[in-house]
Design a protein around this ligand. Structure first.
Ligand code: TGC
Ligand code: FAD
Length: 388
């Protein structure tokens, strides 16, 4: 009989095919070699190296589930494994992959015209262009339907006015997916290029979380948008939420990367740290914490795997995705916080990575629907009663 593994007690790797395992291995090796060596310094300096997008493109992890336009054509399990491996290094890098893949490439691929797809997708997939997705506003976060950004249609063009806030990549983006309402409160998406007149961006400075990822504001002042820049196949809010579904699914795998790293760091530390003349890991309280980590990570990974397979079979997974986004963020943050505690004072040092993961997860818990919003989504779906 095969020896049971404490790391993979459910034999999840047996449920991955060779292609999925290869992708996971390649991404893991890339991340260790290219991202890990600089992550502490880049986090300290709030520095994002834009060339990373080109490296991600060469690795085939931008828009990976798309087969055309240079996409790798992977399934959704591979997409999840990519997020898991990248977030082992830092949530900011996973955000870079999520935004480009799920929030920029996905809407252009699904709601764009053939002309738009040819113009933008190859460059976004290669990482030669960087995208952002602008839904949130300073007064419209959990409830994006209350946004004030609006578009007006004239004979020859659209005119956009408004502002967006807390937008990943806004200050460095070449391509902006902007969501706006018309006078009838109909939602539409527009593709704007960075040098468009009337479009201005600024950095949100001094973030204490997700520090490597550039986040910003966007001001739209009488921006004249040619008619061929609307996403023509948008069908109301469903289209917006389809982007969020994809991103939330990836995030659910990703946070388990942060959790797994923190688990393994705290395991190694407590096995080697002697206190009261014996390894910390020989104490029952420490073993309980390690066991809780092992259980929650493996249960969550199993649920991610089931959900990814369901999505690959074209099943509607919106309930599973809300369960995963809510559960995995909550569990990951608890795991990382306990890992920090198990390292005592050393856990506060940036060299051990854990505090950075912990502060990052405060962002990940908040964006793409907060923990409480996913609770209310699930409550509404279960009872047919809205608590919003
Ligand atoms: P509601 O009435 O629920 O829905 C309107 C229409 O949309 C449909 N729908 C969905 N379709 C597909 N997937 C889903 N998950 C869907 N959820 C809803 C729905 O069926 C309906 O269609 P129809 O045909 O009946 O009109 O709309 P609501 O206004 O009541 O929504 C409420 C709520 C809270 C669920 C929604 O507003 C929400 O999810 N709020 C959270 C906001 C959020 O997640 N924002 C994310 C911004 S992007 C971001 O954070 C990027 S982080 C980037 C990074 O990784 O760095
Ligand atoms: P609010 O909606 O004000 O919520 C504040 C608190 O109130 C939360 O705890 C929430 O759960 C709770 N709450 C809200 N409504 C209810 C209710 N009805 N009942 C009970 N509790 C409630 N957005 C984008 O569009 N694109 C991006 O690229 C993007 N990137 C981001 C990057 C970062 C680093 C961050 C931090 C955010 C990003 N966001 C982005 C925005 C993100 O999606 C929003 O922050 C999120 O949707 C929450 O909105 P809010 O911050 O306005 O909080």
């Amino acid at each position: 009989m095969k020896e049971s593994s404490w790391f993979d007690p459910f034999y999840l790797t047996d449920h991955l095919n060779d292609e999925e395992l290869d992708i996971q291995k390649n991404v893991r090796e890339f991340c260790k070699k290219e991202l890990l060596p600089n992550v502490i310094e880049h986090n300290r300096n709030h520095y994002f190296d834009k060339n990373i997008y080109k490296s991600f493109g060469s690795l085939g992890i931008l828009g990976p589930t798309i087969k055309e336009f240079g996409g790798a054509g992977t399934n959704n399990i591979a997409y999840g494994l990519i997020a898991y491996e990248v977030e082992k290094i830092d949530s900011s890098y996973r955000s870079a992959v999520s935004v480009q893949s799920s929030l920029v490439i996905h809407p252009i691929y699904n709601f764009g015209s053939d002309e738009q797809k040819k113009e933008y997708l190859p460059e976004l997939i290669k990482g030669n262009m960087i995208g952002c997705f602008a839904l949130t506003e300073s007064e419209a976060g959990s409830d994006p339907s209350s946004m004030k950004t609006h578009y007006e249609e004239t004979k020859d063009e659209f005119i956009l006015n408004g502002s967006k806030s807390w937008i990943t990549n806004a200050p460095i983006a070449d391509v902006f997916i902007i969501w706006a309402l018309n006078e009838n409160k109909e939602i539409n998406g527009f593709i704007l290029d960075k040098n468009t007149k009337g479009l201005n961006t600024s950095y949100i400075k001094n973030k204490t979380s997700l520090k490597i990822s550039p986040t910003g504001q966007i001001i739209l002042n009488n921006v004249r948008v040619p008619k061929n820049k609307i996403l023509p196949k948008t069908i109301g809010w469903k289209s917006v939420f389809s982007c969020l579904n994809k991103a939330r699914y990836g995030i659910s795998w990703g946070v388990l990367g942060s959790a797994t790293e923190s688990w393994l760091i705290s395991k190694e530390y407590t096995e080697n740290r002697f206190m009261f003349k014996k390894p910390l890991a020989s104490n029952q309280l420490i073993q309980k914490k390690l066991t809780d980590m092992q259980i929650e990570i493996n249960l969550a990974l199993s649920a991610c795997l089931l959900t990814g397979r369901a999505i690959d079979k074209q099943k509607n997974a919106i309930n599973a995705i809300s369960i995963l986004k809510r559960n995995n963020c909550e569990k990951a943050i608890n795991i990382v916080r306990n890992a920090r505690d198990m390292l005592g004072a050393n856990g506060l040092l940036e060299d051990y990575h854990i505090m950075r993961h912990l502060t990052n997860l405060e962002t990940v818990k908040t964006y793409e629907g907060t923990e409480d919003i996913h609770t209310l989504i699930l409550g509404r779906n279960q009872t047919n009663l809205s608590a919003f």
